[in-house]
Design a protein around this ligand. Structure first.
Ligand code: PLP
Length: 375
């Protein structure tokens, strides 16, 4: 029982004390070691652009000042890049923070919200935190099921539906045209949050054109993945100007740190660096696919900076995750059946891929059959 002197809201009182993610540092502290390869959180181990790094180093001397609360320069640069207006953009502390703001402006206690069973957990965490009621549609053929999501949206008329494209944790994608048709078919008063954390890694055919005056969609992008700035916490939402106005009513105006603002701007301009990362990731995806095939597993096609590998059963996947961790290799896996027959590995640089390959090969040789594993 909670201490009666702590006057929590009803929503908070009734929430279980769960954490959406146990981070690699927490695992390292528990285990008393450091990871040899950190391939679980889809961070970009190719690092940050040298130009962004130089800009951030220089800006560090001005850390005594708050950042620009309007994120003026970055919003203008992003608007020019995406072919929208600065009024269509809100910069925040990564997609994770922006998802929280979006839920806050659309979801009151008791409100239904639709997502897929096994989709990005941080979104669910925000919905629960504002008292919304999650309705989860199963994946179909390892894809978020557009028809199923649409049917659920028509039934419940929720203010918000979540879709990530390309998808985490399965790594695949829906064509832009299918996403556009999905948006067009949503019931009136339902907004799609299109989480595009991996947009840069996928084919152009996965990315719908920006139509920011359409009130039915909020798109989210991040500097955490291809730009290698996960620790800086910076991303942006692109939406109808009235949606951005709503974000501005409640967001933390000085929440984005000025070093991140400067770094993101420099990173955006260093297109050559992004191209290099994308080429490396492409190479790494192929490496993992060959490795999986050689070991008798199956790599799913990936439009992201990770590869999801079907290892033939949920118990086998958990066994491998644990055994990899014992070998100081950090990966993750999807949380729910039938997706949990897979492990999910970030594409790192060649030395980290080599460590993963060596350890996985060793473990594959003694991986039990699914029905031989207890638990
Ligand atoms: C990594 C990831 C995010 C987190 O983005 P941040 O900008 O670092 O908060 C959001 N959504 C998906 C699907 C992701 O994989």
């Amino acid at each position: 029982m909670a201490d009666a002197r702590l006057p929590f809201t009803q929503v908070v009182r009734e929430l279980p004390s769960t954490t959406p993610f146990v981070g690699p540092e927490a695992i390292e502290r528990q285990r008393g070691f450091t990871f040899r390869a950190r391939l679980g959180a889809n961070e970009s181990n190719f690092g940050v652009s040298p130009k962004a790094l130089a800009a951030m180093r220089e800006e560090a001397a001005r850390a005594c000042w708050y950042g620009d609360s309007e994120n003026h320069d970055l919003r203008n640069a992003l608007a020019a890049r995406l072919g929208v207006q600065p009024e269509h953009i809100c910069v925040g502390g990564g997609i994770d923070e922006l998802l929280g703001i979006l839920v806050r402006v659309l979801v009151a206690p008791g409100t239904p919200v639709v997502t897929s069973d096994g989709a990005y957990p941080t979104f669910n965490y925000h919905v629960n935190g504002y008292g919304g009621v999650l309705h989860k549609v199963p994946y179909r053929d390892d894809h978020e099921d557009l028809e199923g999501l649409l049917a659920k949206a028509r039934e419940l008329k929720p203010p918000l539906v979540y879709l990530s494209n390309p998808d985490n944790p399965m790594g695949n994608w829906h064509p832009a045209e299918a996403v556009r048709e999905f948006i067009a078919a949503l019931p009136e008063g339902t907004v799609l949050v299109l989480d595009e954390a991996y947009a840069e890694f996928g084919p152009d055919a996965a990315v719908p054109p920006f139509e920011p005056d359409d009130p039915r969609v909020v798109r989210m992008r991040t500097f955490s993945k291809v730009y290698g700035m996960a620790g800086q916490r910076i991303g942006h939402a692109v939406a109808h100007p009235e949606m951005i106005t709503a974000f501005n009513k409640v967001r933390n105006h000085f929440g984005v740190n000025r070093i991140a603002q400067v770094g993101a701007l420099a990173a955006l301009e260093d297109e050559a660096f992004v191209r290099e990362v994308l080429a490396e990731v492409q190479q790494g995806r192929e490496d993992y696919a060959r490795l999986a095939e050689r070991l008798g597993f199956q790599a799913l096609p990936s439009a992201t900076n990770f590869v999801t590998i079907d290892v033939g059963g949920g118990k086998r996947a958990r066994w491998l995750l644990q055994a990899l961790q014992d070998e100081r290799v950090f990966i993750r896996m999807p949380g729910v059946p039938p997706l949990d027959r897979c492990i999910r590995v970030t594409v790192g640089p060649p030395d980290e891929r080599a460590i993963f390959a060596e350890v996985l090969e060793k473990l594959a040789a003694r991986l039990p059959a699914e029905d031989e594993i207890r638990g």
